[in-house]
Design a protein around this ligand. Structure first.
Ligand SMILES: Cc1cc2nc3c(=O)[nH]c(=O)nc-3n(C[C@H](O)[C@H](O)[C@H](O)COP(=O)(O)OP(=O)(O)OC[C@H]3O[C@@H](n4cnc5c(N)ncnc54)[C@H](O)[C@@H]3O)c2cc1C
Length: 360
């Protein structure tokens, strides 16, 4: 249910956190006419700016349950949002297709079975002798790859997406407060949020989109919510022109769970690790590439030209993400462990329906 512009035009919503989840909520709600403020100190990179941007919707190997429903909703909403956001950046697009490869016969058989059971998902088997597989085999010194291709899944550049959302939000005159929210309390049907510089923000609704730190703003004696940090690292490898030309590789693909994004003929991104810690491990290169039995020469540590990380939040004792109304006017939208970029449209859609319920 969407709230009509004229009924609630003056209602003020504070969004805590300006990662992709906070910004997408701001997009959806400001389009509906709400007055929006976003607070975020934005001191260091967040997990959204570290993301690879792969949107694995149709390839998801389930066809029921909450996680599939959220993906299905996002699959439906992404094309509409791209069309809308193109007004603010006509380079923003989802680069299709997406390729999933495996070296394990059992996994391949599972993928084939899934495809034949789901003929409407836009998936097809990639034959071993297809040009795509032959090219990847050659560049990675492999000979046993098999896989599938999805014509409807793809990748969005997360930095370009975040910048485009910023342009829209600036255009909509959404208020940005570059500070941390350190406390929230309710007083006479209004929420008062205190920033670390002591500024107080009054709002009718608060949406907590601040990942792990959402727990610092809620009463954990009342709300039994647990989140744990999951650090993810990615690396960029830039072999010289003499070593290899990566042009024949597809734009993005996944081998045995590791993602590869070809940036140009001599640059490829590999990611990402799943580390249940807040300090990064040192052996990222090995973690990401050791599944290759016969590493090609160009794929070596000396060719690493960039390396970055992001810390995601994973719910404990419940599935990801956490979408909950904690009390009237207080909504939790966090716990985006993986797939936060993919799920952003579905989750902001859920939040806007929930706000309508709060205000009725
Ligand atoms: C290496 C890597 C690769 C990934 N690849 C993909 C991918 O291919 N596809 C995909 O869909 N997902 C991917 N993800 C996951 C995705 O990045 C996350 O799920 C998503 O970015 C979560 O967004 P968020 O807005 O919840 O969190 P964040 O982006 O972390 O944003 C939270 C924000 O809250 C702010 N904040 C914290 N506390 C406060 C406070 N008290 N007051 C105000 N602000 C506060 C922080 O400064 C931060 O900016 C990847 C993640 C990583 C790390």
């Amino acid at each position: 249910m969407k709230v009509s512009n004229k009924n609630f035009k003056n209602l003020h919503i504070l969004i805590v956190g300006s990662g992709v989840i906070g910004k997408f909520n701001a997009l959806e709600l400001s389009k509906q006419g709400f007055k929006i403020t976003i607070a975020d100190p934005q001191k260091k990179k967040n997990s959204s700016s570290a993301a690879l941007g792969l949107l694995i919707g149709n390839m998801y190997q389930k066809s029921k349950g909450r996680s599939w429903e959220l993906r299905k909703k996002s699959n439906e909403l992404w094309p509409r949002w791209i069309k809308f956001l193109e007004q603010y950046n006509n380079n923003l697009h989802i680069e299709k297709p997406l390729i999933q490869l495996t070296t394990e016969q059992k996994n391949f058989e599972k993928l084939c079975k899934f495809i034949s059971n789901h003929p409407t998902r836009g998936l097809r088997v990639l034959e071993r002798d297809s040009t795509i597989i032959q090219n990847i085999n050659k560049i990675f010194n492999m000979n046993n790859l098999k896989g599938i291709i999805s014509g409807e899944d793809g990748r969005i550049d997360p930095i370009s997406l975040l910048k485009t959302l910023n342009i829209f939000l600036k255009d909509e005159k959404v208020d940005f407060i570059k500070d941390k929210i350190i406390k929230i309390k309710k007083l006479n049907n209004q929420w008062i949020s205190t920033c670390s510089n002591k500024l107080e923000i009054k709002s009718d609704v608060i949406i907590l989109c601040n990942s792990l730190d959402a727990l610092k703003l809620i009463d954990l004696n009342i709300h039994d919510i647990k989140l744990k940090p999951v650090l993810g690292q990615a690396i960029e490898i830039s072999p010289s022109k003499e070593e290899i030309n990566l042009l024949s590789l597809p734009k993005h693909f996944n081998i045995n769970g590791t993602n590869f994004i070809r940036k140009n003929n001599n640059k490829i991104i590999i990611g990402s690790t799943d580390e249940y810690d807040i300090e990064p491990k040192e052996n990222t290169f090995e973690e990401l590439t050791d599944f290759l039995e016969n590493k090609p020469k160009w794929l070596n540590k000396n060719n690493i030209t960039d390396k970055w990380l992001g810390i995601r939040s994973r719910p404990e004792d419940e599935p990801s993400p956490i979408l909950k109304s904690l009390e009237k006017g207080l909504i939790l939208c966090t716990g985006f462990y993986k797939n936060g970029i993919l799920l952003a449209p579905a989750c902001s859609n859920w939040v806007s329906d929930e706000i309508a319920n709060h205000l009725l």
